[in-house]
Design a protein around this ligand. Structure first.
Ligand code: HEM
Length: 309
């Protein structure tokens, strides 16, 4: 892009007083931890499942909705204007496209919640660790994402100059490791072409590397007092932590769902329930399907009994 070329030269002279260098340094350790979350390791091993990816998209939807709303609202703020690149970076629409691909046209109804977010907020305002499980796994996830949204909203209102920390963490990550992850995800899930993978595509960015250079130089052009600069650096570490937390919780949620499904089958307890719940999807279990499952479980139990005998 034209803008990329124009500012490229300015990035050759970075100093360790540059925000882009400082932010990279202070988040280095968090980056390693983010890379080593179970979810990210699944990606790197080429073992990401459709279920993991779909849940990740739901979380990202919440995160980018909050982030981009705040960036848009503060786009004229001197701390935001230089790093405001909606045409090149905005992810919300592409995530919506992917969610529509996986969940269908009425994906909003299926992935549940927002709307009730606001009522849930007092829970998160205290910064209480999100350890409790709510009614469904999906709303649990939304509560976690809301935690992220809450922080973004709060800083957008009180310290818009801190938004650069959140924007850096997500967008530069998406333009770096994210590019490789997109290709891995496509292979591991056996997706055709780019369907369901819009999140990873940046049609407005012809060269991610050049664009990252431009972005860094814009970050460095933001004028900050010493106190604000320290605040931004702290916020960046926090942004990484929030991402790690979302990934960890998402993974925990998946194992809870898997366990639930297993115990559901093992004990054939679905007498009263007409649905098998999988985050974001409700698979209706018809009476016939339930009967077949029941017979299957009974046969398995009998065969195990015979084997043990
Ligand atoms: C599988 C997981 C990941 C891999 C393999 C990965 C890999 C990479 C690589 C290779 C770079 C380029 C480093 C450089 O240019 O010096 C990078 C940069 C970056 N990554 Fe990641 N990453 C992963 C996860 C994440 C996550 C989860 C986040 C944040 C939520 C993130 C945020 C960033 C950021 C902000 C940068 C830009 C650093 C800078 O140039 O200042 N990464 N990542």
């Amino acid at each position: 892009m034209e803008t990329e070329k124009k500012t490229q030269t300015t990035t050759d002279h970075m100093t360790d007083r540059d925000l882009s260098e400082q932010i990279k340094k202070v988040t280095k350790e968090s980056h390693v931890r983010a890379e080593n979350t179970e979810l990210m390791l699944s990606f790197q091993r080429g073992q990401v499942s459709l279920q993991q990816y779909k849940l990740l998209l739901c979380s990202l939807y919440e995160i980018y909705q909050a982030l981009e709303e705040e960036l848009d609202r503060n786009s004229d703020h001197p701390g935001v204007a230089p790093i405001y690149f909606p045409a090149e970076l905005a992810r919300l629409e592409s995530i919506e496209k992917d969610l529509e691909y996986f969940y269908g046209l009425n994906w909003r109804e299926k992935i549940v919640v927002p709307g009730s977010n606001k009522k849930i907020q007092p829970q998160t305002q205290t910064g209480t660790p999100l350890t409790y499980f709510s009614r469904t796994d999906v709303s649990l996830m939304i509560i976690q994402s809301t935690n992220h949204s809450y922080f973004t909203f709060q800083i957008g209102k009180e310290n818009p100059e801190f938004l650069v920390a959140h924007a850096y963490t997500r967008y530069l990550g998406d333009l770096s490791g994210g590019q490789v992850l997109g290709r891995i995800a496509q292979k591991s899930m056996g997706l055709k072409g780019s369907e369901g993978l819009s999140f990873f595509a940046f049609p407005g960015v012809s060269s991610p590397n050049l664009f990252k250079q431009l972005y860094r130089s814009r970050m460095n052009s933001v004028e900050l007092t010493e106190e604000q600069r320290n605040g931004v650096l702290e916020e960046a570490v926090r942004a990484f932590e929030l991402n790690i937390q979302v990934f960890d919780d998402l993974q925990k949620m998946l194992s809870v769902t898997e366990n639930k499904q297993q115990s559901c089958l093992a004990h054939s307890r679905s007498v009263n329930s007409k649905t098998l719940q999988i985050p974001g999807t409700l698979i209706s279990a018809s009476p016939l399907l339930r009967m077949v499952l029941g017979v299957f479980v009974a046969l398995a139990t009998v065969s195990m009994g015979i084997y043990a005998f």
